[in-house]
Design a protein around this ligand. Structure first.
Ligand code: ADP
Ligand code: MG
Length: 364
């Protein structure tokens, strides 16, 4: 099921006594989710992810704009008529019901032509349970399950009605690190198996990058960039997106363009012929550094962090916008820890330049 958001806007009245300005939680969203894809809505807390999801689910009505599922305009359709499955961060299972009863619950409320026989309901419930691999837990109560298992039950409950669209709002946030990793792979597998168009909301860039066909990076209710995870990482449109994606994060420097050269401090990093002189921000991905004696950029060595296959060379520079610079290089590189200084050359495709005021990308 293709999903289209057209000029979608949601505003809320100002809530605090001193500030009555309205909040534009979702500001004129336009994008299309292709049939059968998993799309990650990504951005910091408060950027409008949950609001977007509740507009899609029908729990909230947009201030303006339209939503289409395929050719159906569902904008005026109530939540229960949209055919969506929703999973929230806090599983929200019924504590007094067994797993089986929890999964059956959405089916028992079906009316009229949608009404199912008891056998059909059980078949559907077991099929959903099989998908999320909890068949052997069907007679337990939620309190007898781990967080990861509870979240699987919640996913099964969302799947049991065979939704046209699956909506997941930070479904992994309550899980510990290992389970989070495992469950996100599970979600991806289930999504691929069912081919249900899925919107996955998270503030965790790594999570979004790892499971999404496409990510939508948001800030303050405004879409910043839409694309395949790797494309967005490799070519961010502005400083916000560049900083939001990547661990360790991109290294940002105050720099300038002088006579066709990109400079940090007094040192020229790259030729950028044809770009007018100006102050800029220079972003260098951690993997964009090449350790080289007397290289283009001179930094003060702080130390080395061992990461296994790679090492992270930690240094400082007076033009660095952050407290530390992290350069990820192969472990075969030898760093002289007795030295005060470390030099780097840079890989041009890992260096991004941004306007100092607008923070928009300047393509070099
Ligand atoms: P996210 O899920 O990305 O953290 P939300 O969609 O929950 O963000 O919120 C986006 C913005 O809308 C925030 O500024 C939030 O305070 C505001 N907001 C969300 N829901 C309401 C509401 N019911 N009433 C007023 N403001 C709201
Ligand atoms: Mg939210």
């Amino acid at each position: 099921m293709k999903v289209v958001l057209q000029n979608l806007t949601k505003t809320f009245p100002g809530r605090s006594k001193n500030d009555r300005r309205e909040v534009v939680a979702v500001n004129n969203f336009n994008f299309e989710i292709p049939d059968g894809k998993l799309i990650g809505l990504l951005g910091p807390s408060g950027c409008g992810k949950s609001t977007t999801l509740s507009l899609l689910s029908g729990l909230q009505k947009p201030t303006s704009g339209r939503i289409f599922f395929g050719d159906d305009d569902v904008t005026g359709l109530p939540a229960e008529k949209r055919g969506v499955g929703v999973v929230f961060q806090n599983y929200a299972l019924y504590p007094h019901l067994t797993v089986k009863q929890n999964i059956l619950f959405p089916l028992q409320n079906l009316k009229g032509v949608d009404k199912l026989s008891k056998t059909e309901m059980l078949e559907r419930a077991y099929e959903a349970a099989r998908l999320v691999q909890i068949e052997e837990l069907m007679d337990r109560k939620p309190s007898e399950l781990s967080g990861g298992q509870q979240q699987r039950v919640a996913i099964a409950r969302a799947l049991v009605k065979m939704p046209r669209v699956l909506l997941l709002d930070e479904p992994l946030s309550n899980l510990d690190a290992r389970l989070r990793l495992q469950t996100r792979e599970e979600i991806r597998r289930i999504q691929k198996e069912t081919q249900i168009t899925t919107v996955f909301v998270t503030h965790d860039q790594e999570e979004a990058m790892s499971i999404s066909d496409m990510i939508v990076v948001m800030k303050d209710g405004v879409i910043q960039q839409i694309g395949k995870p790797q494309e967005v990482y490799d070519s961010p449109v502005n400083l916000f997106v560049a900083k939001f994606l990547g661990t360790p994060p991109i290294n940002v420097f105050q720099g300038k363009i002088r006579d066709g050269r990109l400079c940090i401090g007094g040192e020229a990093l790259l030729d950028v012929t044809g770009i007018p002189d100006q102050e800029v921000y220079v972003g260098i991905r951690p993997e964009g550094f090449i350790l080289r004696e007397n290289g283009a950029l001179t930094c003060n060595l702080s130390g080395v962090e061992v990461m296994g296959r790679d090492i992270s060379v930690v240094s400082t520079h007076e033009s660095s916008a952050g407290p530390a610079i992290r350069a990820i290089i192969g472990a075969e590189n030898k760093v002289d820890l007795g030295s005060q200084t470390v030099w780097f050359d840079v890989k041009p495709n890992k260096v991004f330049v941004f306007h100092r005021e607008t923070e928009e990308r300047i393509y070099i």
